[in-house]
Design a protein around this ligand. Sequence first.
Ligand code: SF4
Length: 364
Amino acid sequence: MSAVEHLYVHVPFCPRVCPYCAFYVMPADRRRSGPLVDALLEELRYRLRAVELRPRTIYVGGGTPSALGTADLERLIGGLVGLVGGAAEFTIEVNPTTLSPEKAGMLRAFGVNRASLGAQSFDPAALATLGRQHGPEKILRTFDILRAAGFANIGLDLIYGVPGQAEPRWWETLQSAVSLGPEHISAYCLTYEEDTPFFDRLAAGEWVRDEAREAGLFLGTRRALEESGYAAYEVSNFSRPGFESEHNLAYWRGRDYLGVGPSAVSTVGGRRWRAVADLGRYLAAAREGDWPEEEVERVDEDLRRRERMMFGLRTREGVGGHGFEDELGELRSAGYAEESCGRWRLTEEGLLRADAVAALFARA
Ligand code: SF4
């Protein structure tokens, strides 16, 4: 088995849980931060007994890792570097309310070289609807802190399709993001995930989705970002040349990855598992040295090929189509996919239906 090159670390704390978020997260708890850091490092030590890891990418996400206090964050990042060394691409997710110049400087000193900043919007009303605790000025301030600390690769996350947001406010948000000059922009259409307050409000009829409007925002966003020098290298991801997220590309290319932390998923050597999504049980596992896994699944070659199609079609680099000639022929006839130089990609029409297209490749 060849070495695994991608490591994900899940920190399940956030300053406050956003009402649209379906990740395994909870309000930051300083009392449990220390034990969490110990447990994350202990799990990594445990996994490294069975997994050879030579990381090209490390992604510390969640959650909001920057919500950890400086000392705990330093212990986590320093501990990771001590166990696995650094990585050519070493990312941390940052929230606009949680980054001091000291934290940013410490992160750079440990070789963290990419920051993903959860801006979400520059529109105060949309930020309020999204339940965010920061206004646009905090985003600008955090961006400045990152740049001043020497981060030369910063991504901004944005959300469009926010209920009640007038369309011009979205284009202004996009313009504000571009004018900051980040290297990477992720622009997601708001999704209403089950078991979230937003899902309940939609189900109750308080909000109504307008899919035609969302499609217009999606296509307009792609065009606006492409015109501003951000190439769309995946459905929702845009970058300046050479600043694509290698970590995300690894997922979409079907590479193996190791995840540590409560709820983190790993796919290694034909096996996929999810660490227990329960902080109490996770901390107990660290004390007992027994790491429960959930949703264990065998990832055979057939499943790998199907997943490569599902994700690869959504990317600019595309994917080879061998073995899926019937499905791809169907997609081409409908105008949803095209082939060039042996690589298949979705057309704009196909991208609008990316989830339905993916279902074509799911195992029966
Ligand atoms: S900050 Fe991000 S991870 Fe945390 S609750 Fe909000 S959306 Fe979820």
